[in-house]
Design a protein around this ligand. Structure first.
Ligand code: ATP
Ligand code: MG
Length: 445
């Protein structure tokens, strides 16, 4: 993309309404624009990030064997009356009436709708296990929408639902979700810690939240610093191997990690003093096993091997896709702007022409640009007739991980400059070598 042909409405001023860095930076970098409280348009740059986050989420869900689909945003109230949640949900639910006076709602989540789909089609244990998911907009009329996309009213969520014959099978689905979520966050450059959350109606260890440590997080968290040493790296996961998946979950949940909702002083005191940490965290996901809660009330039954009709065991599992855009920025920015991890960067490489209009610089940039496009490296070429300082400031603000800078002085020596946004380090090398370096970095993602 050439910047002169793009839509990147960056702001010079720091917006006064934004209280935290990610909100400020998303507005300044022209990623989002508020339509009304807690409801945002995703401008082209923000939309690119959202799609990248979504792509990682899809890849990891499909790797775990979960099946993508798409349910609507608007749902009939009757299904929620059946489960008993229509009245229970309260003022966070946006209720709508259509022209035929039918009660509808903008879905805050999808347990009822998916259970209805399931029961209409599945009647035998032979069709299990089954995990379906979608990435769709949700609406919750939050009492205090704030921090930009972090606590919106309309927000994008990946929500998945597992259907299993037994509690044991459903707990394997739960574990698959835990592992796939940990991989998802790690790929986005985030350390998200699974923390035991307030237990659901079934009791026990049946729900975990995933929290990214950040001073601006809304939850108070207590954890053992040893959790910081855990990482997947290049490790392969066989999602069909129950014991292996369980072992990974055990590894990640062994160190103490709780939010204030479930914090237990006595258990925390057993963590060696020098490893005890208290901080703040952003909830970027939650997984839940709730057994037969919906399948009993909504009659989602299957015939088991013995020929009996039994309610299926279910769980639901969510990732805050749009919140992640903010959370990643909270975890990765500096005084100059955003520092995107490679996996979610809106463009992979920035190309800066120091002397627009100079035949040699223009020619070399055009060549590099074509080559970057050809190998799928998705460049943003700043071809504006602007000072170098302004071009650098824009690139730093929007946070592209790598920048290639081309100017007449370097070209006279046969070099361009390759700069890493994270470290600020620059290196002079031939344009071919710069291209090869960037291609190599992205090929290892
Ligand atoms: P919170 O406690 O932050 O209100 P929640 O526990 O009600 O969230 P879940 O039902 O667990 O939310 O939804 C799954 C994920 O969706 C959350 O982990 C979070 O990342 C995201 N999410 C929830 N509410 C919002 C919101 N208002 N704005 C943006 N993302 C949200
Ligand atoms: Mg939650």
């Amino acid at each position: 993309m050439r910047l002169t042909q793009y839509f990147l409405p960056v702001l010079k001023e720091t917006p006064s309404e934004a209280q935290i860095a990610s909100h400020r930076l998303m507005l300044r970098a022209g990623m989002i624009r508020q339509a009304s409280a807690g409801i945002y348009s995703w401008l082209p740059l923000g939309y690119r990030v959202l799609r990248r986050i979504e792509a990682v989420v899809h890849e990891e869900q499909e790797r775990a064997g979960h099946i993508p689909m798409l349910m609507p945003t608007i749902q009939p109230a009757d299904l929620w009356r059946e489960s008993g949640r229509y009245d229970a949900y309260g003022p966070e639910m946006l209720r709508i009436r259509d022209r035929h006076d039918r009660d509808m709602l903008y879905g805050p989540t999808n347990e009822e709708l998916i259970t209805d789909i399931f029961r209409s089609a599945v009647t035998s244990y032979r069709d299990l296990p089954l995990t379906l998911y979608h990435v769709q907009w949700k609406f919750r009329d939050e009492i205090r929408p704030r921090f930009g996309v972090m606590r919106g009213r309309e927000f994008l969520m990946k929500d998945g639902y597992n259907f299993d014959l037994t509690r044991e099978d459903a707990l394997h689905a739960y574990n698959r979700h835990m592992v796939s979520y940990l991989r998802t966050y790690e790929r986005m450059g985030l350390k998200a810690i699974p923390m035991r959350a307030a237990s659901g109606p079934i009791g026990g260890d049946d729900t975990h939240e995933f929290l990214v440590l950040a001073e601006t997080g809304e939850s108070t968290v207590y954890y053992d610093a040893a959790i910081g040493d855990l990482a997947f790296g290049r490790r392969q996961v066989d999602y069909g191997d129950r014991a292996a998946v369980q072992a990974i979950c055990d590894e990640w949940t062994a160190p103490y990690a709780r939010t204030d909702e479930t914090h237990d002083e006595a258990a925390f005191a057993e963590v060696p003093q020098d490893r005890r940490r208290q901080g703040r965290g952003i909830e970027v996901g939650q997984i839940f096993y709730f057994g037969t809660k919906y399948s009993e009330t909504m009659k989602a039954l299957v015939v088991n091997e013995a020929g009996e009709r039994v309610p299926v065991h279910m769980g639901s599992h969510g990732i805050g896709v749009s919140r992640l855009a903010g959370a990643i920025i909270e975890a990765s920015h500096d005084e100059r702007g955003i520092v995107w991890p490679e996996a979610v960067a809106p463009f992979r490489v920035g190309l800066v022409n120091l002397k627009q209009g100079d035949a040699q610089a223009d020619g070399e940039c055009a060549k590099i640009y074509r080559e970057l496009v050809r190998v799928g490296l998705d460049p943003l070429y700043d071809d504006r007739d602007e000072r170098a300082g302004a071009k650098f400031a824009t690139m730093d603000l929007i946070g592209l991980p790598w920048r290639i800078t081309v100017g007449p002085r370097g070209l006279s020596r046969g070099v361009v400059e390759l700069t890493c946004r994270r470290t600020g380090e620059s290196e002079e090398l031939s344009s071919a070598a710069a291209l090869a370096r960037v291609a190599d970095i992205y090929s290892r993602l």
